[in-house]
Design a protein around this ligand. Structure first.
Ligand SMILES: C[S@@+](CC[C@H](N)C(=O)[O-])C[C@H]1O[C@@H](n2cnc3c(N)ncnc32)[C@H](O)[C@@H]1O
Length: 277
């Protein structure tokens, strides 16, 4: 089986949050409400201003790797014309069902390395936590750039390697996780102390058997994004999954804010396409 097929199979069998939402397949609306809660109360709580869900009314937006469609839903709800795709049938059909209440949803199953739209088609491209999961990441950046119109903007979020992953700090974090019994529900027999290195740890953010999950330093991502032509207008850090910490519900908001800002697992880029044909 080639790597891309392994990636597709993994996500087909383990859609986002299916490790922790046991009844994932039972009722789509109920599942989506739970996902909405995880996003708004935990991982995206301090990133809502970044997404600017209400800024693109009437514009044409593409959600690359839509997963359960939370990003698509929030733009569509605010009057944006949303197109979405995911490499799996599971995610694209889930999103189609969720967006159905707004009319005919524009959702398909496709690969970010071969985006099925013509050049310069979209005003905005968004991709949340997707492009680091595919074998040819640079190709996905090129494809996002290609389908974006000149002067259009892109919001792309990616795993990054930062303070948390440096030598002794990384060791300390793993020991702390072991001590406090902090683990991802998608980790079966492999626990923090068994992880080979930072790259192994990052790959497992989405579950033990996830075939690809690449984290890079922010300046390395910036170089890759600039190589395909993007102007990097800014970036910020978010996505700290507080819910896996014991007694997290008692954590004060400001502490969650600080963890999200300084130990968030992803870098959120604001990009622009400069080239005019
Ligand atoms: C971590 S989930 C993120 C889902 C969604 N963007 C969100 O933030 O809720 C990653 C998603 O990327 C999709 N994916 C992985 N590789 C892909 C590719 N090459 N093309 C399109 N989607 C891909 C997976 O199927 C999965 O749904």
């Amino acid at each position: 089986m080639d790597t891309k097929t392994k990636v597709r199979h993994y996500w087909e069998n383990h859609p986002l949050y299916s490790h922790e939402l046991q009844d994932f397949n039972r009722d789509i609306d109920e599942t989506f409400t739970k996902i909405d809660n995880i996003k708004k109360e935990d991982v995206e709580k301090f990133a809502l201003a970044y997404w600017q869900f209400d800024k693109f009314r009437g514009k044409k937006l593409l959600d690359v790797g839509c997963g359960p469609g939370w990003i698509s839903y929030n733009y569509l709800k605010n009057g944006t014309t949303v197109y979405s795709f995911d490499i799996t049938y599971k995610a694209s059909s889930f999103t189609k069902n969720i967006l159905d209440k707004f009319g005919s949803p524009k959702v398909c199953q496709a690969d970010a390395e071969h985006i099925p739209f013509k050049d310069d088609y979209f005003d905005i491209i968004v991709s949340s936590g997707v492009l680091h999961h595919t074998p040819n990441i640079l190709k996905t950046f090129q494809e996002c750039y290609r389908v974006l119109r000149p002067k259009g903007c892109a919001k792309i979020t990616l795993y990054y390697k930062g303070t948390l992953h440096k030598g002794p700090i990384f060791k300390f974090i793993l020991n702390l996780m072991k001590l406090l019994d902090i683990k991802h529900p998608g980790w079966k027999d492999k626990q923090p102390q068994h992880m080979i290195d930072q790259d192994d740890f990052i790959r497992m953010y989405d579950g033990q058997d996830n075939p690809i999950g690449i984290g890079k330093k922010t300046n390395e991502w910036i170089k890759d994004l600039q190589r395909v032509g993007f102007k990097v207008e800014g970036y910020e850090y978010h996505f700290f999954p507080k819910r896996f910490i014991p007694l997290a519900r008692y954590m004060p908001n400001f502490m969650h804010y600080l963890l999200d800002k300084y130990l968030g697992t992803m870098v959120y880029f604001n990009l622009k396409k400069l080239k005019v044909k």
